[in-house]
Design a protein around this ligand. Structure first.
Ligand code: TRP
Ligand code: ZN
Length: 876
C-alpha cells in the first residue's frame, strides 16, 4: 500500500538522485500468484547527489524475500524494508551490487500497474510509478540504466516471452516444463520504460528497412484468432517509421520492435522501449468491427507510441513535472503524421474540437493546471488534456513562430544535445532559442500559466488612408493557485479578406507580414495594416494558430462571408460554428432560438460547394456539442435547455436543408469494397451526418432509412451510426436494433463497448436505469477499464442531461461507482471522478447535487491517493 496521505511534491524541490544504477539484471520466475523477481542493481554513488546519503529505494506493495550485497546475504539489522521503502542507512561502499528478491502476485493486481495478468497473460505497466510494484528501485525518470531481463515461465502457460531490447538467448530449463528468454536493451532507460510480456499470443510478423539500411523485425502480438485484425496497425507502424525518418530525421535503433495488444489496460498504450504494450482497442480493426474513428485512432496511437522512441525514450524526462516534454511533443508529432497521411485541414479541425472539448473545459474548471505543473500529490492524475493536448499546441506555436526551418533546426539541436539524457522544458526551449537566436523567455509562460487566454479583437477601417487597424487586448483568467497572470506571446495567423473573397495584401507599413503571422505580446496592442482599397473582413487565428478564446467584433454577416470565402479552411469551419454557437447560447438562455437564417444560408453554401471535400463538410455541418455550448455559457448552465436548443436547431437544419441532405446521402453511397482511407471515411462521415439530420424529427421515413442502413451496412461506421440515430428516438425499432446488434457481436468485447456507450448516451430520463441494468449485464465488468469507460465513463462525460439530472441521481450514481471502483483500480476511478470537473458551470440546484456527491466521496475513509486528490481539488 502507498502512503495514506501523500505529500505534495514540488518542482522547486528537485534534487539529483543520490545513487545511480550502472546496470540492472532482472530475473523473473513467472507464476500466477507468486512471481519471484530477482534484481541485481549495480549501484554507484552519484557525485552530484548529497554527500553520505543513504540508499533509499521505492517499493509499493512488495514482499521482500532476500537481500544481498556483493553476494553476501544482509542481516536484518543493516537495512529497513517496508512494503513501500527499502533503506540502507549505511551503504558499504560508493559502488556495490545489491541483490533483491521479491515476491509479487500478478493475479491479485487489479490496479493494472506493475506486473499483472490480462486474459491469462502476464504483462507490465510501469509508467509512471509501477516499477516499484515489481522490485525496490530508484523509481524516478532521471535514473537511467542498462537493463537485461531473464524471463522464465511454464512453457504451456506462456510460450511467448518478450522483453525490452533484443533477444539474446532462449531455451528450455533442463528437467522442467519451463523455458526462458533473455532480453538485453543496450539503451540506458528509466524504470518506467521497462516491460515484459509472457503468455499465449499469436504473432503477426513483418519487417522494415531503415533509411540507413538496417533491417528491423516487427511483431504485433494479439490473442490467438485475432491475427487478421492487426493488419492496419502493422501498416500504420511502417508508415510511422518512414515518416519519422523523413519529417524529423529519426531512425529506429534496435533489431526488433514489438507491440502487444492486451484487453485490460488503464490507458491507450505505452511506449516501453522496443516493446510497446497497447490497449487492444488501438490495435484490432476489421471493417465489420471498427469504425473510421477506430481506424484513425489506431493510426494515431501506433504513431504516437512509436514516436516516443525518440521523444520520451532516447530523450526522457528529468522528473514528472516535465511530462509534457515527451507527451505534448509526441502528440504534436502524431498530429503532424496524421495530417500528412490524411487531410491536414480536417485533421486540424478534429484536433481543435477535441482540444476545446477536453482541454478548454479542464482549463476553465477546478482541475486547471499549467502544461508543466509545479506541484502534485498524485502524478497519475496529471496525464491530462492540458499536458497532452495543450502541450502539443505549445509546440505547434513554436513552429508557427519560428517557421518550418527554424523549428527543424531547434529540434535537431535538441536531439543532438540531449540524446541519452533526462531533460527539462528549459532544455527544450533553449534548443530553439539557441538554434534561431530568438528570445523565448516570454513564450515560456505557456508552460507555466494555466487558463485559456482570452483575446479581444476589434477592427477599424480607414477608407481615406487605406488602412485597417486591429486593436487587440489579451488576458488570462484566474485559475487555481494563479490569481494574477502576465501577457503571453500569441502567434496570431490572420488574413484580410477583400470583398471579392480573396486575401488582400497583409502589410504592416511597408513590410509584408511574414507567413501571415503577427505576434501579440502586450496586454493591449494595435496593428496597422496598410495598402487596403476596401474594407476587409479579418480572418483571425487561422488554423487555430493559438489555443485562445477569441472574442471579435465580427458580425453574423461577416461570418457568413468567411464561411463562404475564407482561404483558410479552418476558419470557414470556425465561422459556421461560431454562428451556430451564438444561436445556441441565446436559445439555451432564453428558451427561444433566434432566427437561424444566416446559419441556413452558410450551411447550404457549404453543403453545395463542389470544391469542398466530404470530410470537411461533415465537420463544418456538425453543430457544436452540448459541452461546448455549456462551456461558452460558462455559468448557470441548464443542460436540458442546452439540449433543447441544440435539438431545435438540428430540426431546423434537417428540415430546411432536407433536399441537400437527401442528395448528399445518395451521393455518399459506397461504390466498391470497404476501404478505411481518409477520402472514403469522409464520404461515410457526410452521408451519416445527412442520415442523422434526415431522421432528427423521428419521422417515419427518417427512422425507416436508419433501420434500412443498419440492416444493410457492410461496415461498422455505417452500422453504428444508424444504430445511434435509432437510439435517439423512442421507437420500437430502437430496442429491436439494439438486440440484433448485441446478438451479432456478443463475442466481441470491443464492439459490445460501442453498444454500451451508445445506450449510455441516450438523452432520456430512463437512461440512468438502463445504465444501472447494463452494469449487471454479463458482458459488463468493473475490472475492465474499457468496459467502465464505455458504459459509466460515457454516461458521465457524454450525456450531459442525464449525468446532470435535476434530481441529482446521475451524480450520485457516478459517485457510487467511483467509490466501488476505487478499491480495485484507483487510476480509472480517479479519471471517472474527473468528469465532475465542469460542475461549477451548472445552475445552483444541479451544482449543489454535484457538490454533495463530491463531498460524499471526499469524506469516505480509506480513499486512494488518486481519488482523494481529484475530490479535494474539485471542491477547493
Ligand atoms: N505514456 C503513455 C502514452 O501517452 C501513457 C501512459 C502513462 C500510460 N501512464 C500510463 C498508459 C499508465 C497506461 C497506463 O503514450
Ligand atoms: Zn504518450
Amino acid at each position: 500500500m502507498r502512503d495514506a496521505e501523500p505529500k505534495a511534491i514540488h518542482l522547486a524541490d528537485y534534487r539529483p538522485p543520490d545513487w545511480l544504477v550502472e546496470k540492472v539484471d532482472l530475473d523473473f520466475a513467472l507464476h500466477p500468484s507468486q512471481t519471484r523477481v530477482t534484481a541485481r542493481l549495480a549501484l554507484r554513488r552519484n557525485p552530484k547527489g548529497a554527500a553520505g546519503a543513504p540508499v533509499v529505494l521505492e517499493g509499493d506493495d512488495l514482499t521482500l524475500v532476500r537481500l544481498a550485497i556483493d553476494g553476501t546475504p544482509l542481516a536484518g539489522s543493516s537495512f529497513e524494508a517496508t512494503g513501500n521503502r527499502l533503506t540502507l542507512a549505511h551503504p558499504p561502499a560508493d559502488a556495490f551490487l545489491l541483490e533483491i528478491e521479491t515476491l509479487v502476485d500478478p493475479t491479485a493486481n487489479t490496479q493494472l500497474m506493475g506486473l499483472y495478468r490480462t486474459s491469462g497473460n502476464y504483462c507490465t505497466q510501469c509508467e509512471p510509478e509501477g516499477f516499484r510494484r515489481i522490485t525496490y528501485y530508484p523509481d524516478r525518470p532521471d535514473v537511467l540504466s542498462v537493463f537485461t531481463t531473464r524471463i522464465e515461465a511454464d512453457k504451456q502457460e506462456a510460450p511467448i516471452l518478450l522483453g525490452n531490447g533484443n533477444l539474446v538467448e532462449s531455451g528450455q530449463v533442463p528437467g522442467t516444463s519451463r523455458h526462458y528468454a533473455v532480453w538485453h536493451d543496450p539503451w540506458p532507460k528509466p524504470s518506467y520504460l521497462f516491460a515484459l510480456v509472457g503468455g499465449r499470443l499469436a504473432k503477426v510478423a513483418d519487417s522494415f528497412v531503415t533509411a540507413s539500411g538496417r533491417k528491423v523485425e516487427l511483431g504485433i502480438y494479439v490473442e490467438e484468432g485475432k491475427e487478421a485484425r492487426a493488419g492496419y496497425a502493422m501498416d500504420s507502424l511502417k508508415r510511422s517509421m518512414r515518416w519519422d525518418e523523413e519529417a524529423f530525421g529519426r531512425e529506429y535503433d534496435l533489431d526488433v520492435f514489438n507491440i502487444v495488444a492486451v484487453s485490460d489496460f488503464n490507458m491507450g498504450a505505452m511506449e516501453n522501449k522496443g516493446l510497446n504494450v497497447f490497449n487492444d482497442k488501438y490495435v484490432l480493426a476489421s471493417p465489420e468491427t471498427a469504425t473510421d474513428a477506430d481506424y484513425s485512432g489506431i493510426e494515431g496511437v501506433i504513431a504516437h507510441e512509436y514516436f516516443h522512441n525518440w521523444t520520451g525514450n532516447r530523450i526522457t524526462c528529468r522528473d514528472w513535472f516535465q511530462l509534457c516534454l515527451k507527451e505534448g511533443l509526441t502528440v504534436f508529432r502524431d498530429q503532424e503524421f496524421s495530417s500528412d497521411q490524411r487531410s491536414r485541414p480536417v485533421k486540424r479541425i478534429a484536433d481543435v474540437r477535441m482540444l476545446k472539448a477536453a482541454q478548454f473545459t479542464e482549463d476553465a474548471g477546478p482541475l486547471a493546471h499549467p502544461v508543466r505543473p509545479e506541484t502534485y500529490r498524485e502524478i497519475n492524475n496529471f496525464y491530462t488534456a492540458t499536458v497532452y493536448e495543450k502541450g502539443a499546441e505549445v509546440v505547434r506555436m513554436l513552429k508557427t513562430l519560428l517557421g518550418e526551418e527554424g523549428f527543424r533546426k531547434g529540434m535537431d539541436l535538441y536531439f543532438e544535445r540531449h540524446d541519452g539524457e533526462a531533460a527539462t522544458i528549459e532544455d527544450f526551449v533553449s534548443s530553439f532559442a539557441d538554434a534561431t537566436g530568438r528570445d523565448l523567455s516570454q513564450f515560456s509562460l505557456w508552460y507555466a500559466q494555466s487558463g485559456t487566454p482570452v483575446l479581444n479583437v476589434s477592427g477599424t477601417y480607414d477608407e481615406a488612408a487605406g488602412t485597417y487597424r486591429l486593436d487587440i487586448s489579451q488576458s488570462v483568467p484566474p485559475t487555481p493557485g494563479q490569481p494574477e497572470k502576465k501577457p503571453m506571446v500569441i502567434p496570431l495567423a490572420l488574413g484580410l479578406v477583400g470583398p471579392d473573397g480573396r486575401d488582400q495584401p497583409l502589410m504592416l507599413g511597408n513590410t509584408p507580414v511574414e507567413r501571415g503571422v503577427v505576434e501579440v505580446k502586450e496586454a493591449t496592442q494595435s496593428f496597422l495594416f496598410t495598402g487596403l482599397d476596401a474594407r476587409p473582413v479579418p480572418s483571425l487565428n487561422r488554423g487555430f494558430s493559438a489555443p485562445v478564446n477569441l472574442v471579435s467584433d465580427l458580425t453574423e454577416a461577416d461570418r457568413v462571408f468567411l464561411a463562404a470565402h475564407d482561404a483558410d479552411p479552418f476558419n470557414r469551419f470556425d465561422a459556421l460554428q461560431r454562428i451556430a454557437l451564438e444561436l445556441l447560447k441565446t436559445g439555451a438562455r432564453t428558451g427561444t432560438l433566434p432566427a437561424p437564417d444566416a446559419l441556413v444560408t452558410a450551411a447550404r453554401a457549404i453543403l453545395a460547394d463542389p470544391a469542398l471535400d466530404a470530410a470537411f463538410k461533415a465537420q463544418a455541418l456538425a453543430l457544436p456539442g452540448e459541452g461546448e455550448v455549456a462551456r461558452e455559457l460558462a455559468r448557470e448552465v441548464d443542460p436540458d435547455a442546452v439540449f433543447a436548443a441544440r435539438k431545435a436547431l438540428r430540426v431546423t437544419l434537417g428540415t430546411t436543408l432536407a433536399e441537400g441532405f437527401t442528395a448528399a446521402y445518395a451521393a455518399g453511397a459506397a461504390s466498391g469494397a470497404f476501404s478505411p482511407d481518409a477520402a472514403s471515411a469522409g464520404r461515410r462521415a457526410l452521408r451519416n451526418l445527412a442520415l442523422d439530420y434526415l431522421a432528427v424529427t423521428g419521422s417515419a421515413d427518417g427512422i425507416a432509412r436508419a433501420k434500412a442502413q443498419f440492416e444493410a451496412a457492410d461496415n461498422m461506421t455505417d452500422r453504428i451510426t444508424a444504430l445511434a440515430v435509432l437510439a435517439q428516438h423512442d421507437v420500437p425499432e430502437r430496442e429491436a436494433a439494439l438486440d440484433a446488434f448485441y446478438r451479432r457481436f456478443e463475442r466481441d468485447a470491443l464492439v459490445i463497448d460501442k453498444w454500451f456507450t451508445l445506450q449510455a448516451q441516450i438523452a432520456s430520463p430512463t437512461t440512468l436505469d438502463r445504465v444501472k441494468d447494463l452494469m449487471l449485464h454479463p458482458a459488463f465488468s468493473l475490472a475492465n477499464p474499457n468496459r467502465v469507460r464505455a458504459l459509466v465513463g460515457a454516461f458521465a462525460a457524454a450525456n450531459p442531461t442525464q449525468f446532470n439530472r435535476a434530481d441529482g441521481e446521475g451524480h450520485a450514481f457516478v459517485a457510487e461507482v467511483v467509490l466501488t471502483l476505487d478499491s480495485k483500480n484507483p487510476q480509472v476511478a480517479a479519471r471517472l471522478l474527473a468528469s465532475f470537473k465542469t460542475f461549477r458551470q451548472l445552475e445552483p440546484a444541479r451544482r449543489g447535487h454535484a457538490e454533495q456527491a463530491l463531498r460524499r466521496i471526499a469524506e469516505t475513509p480509506g480513499l486512494s491517493p488518486d481519488v482523494a486528490d481529484i475530490a479535494t481539488r474539485s471542491l477547493a
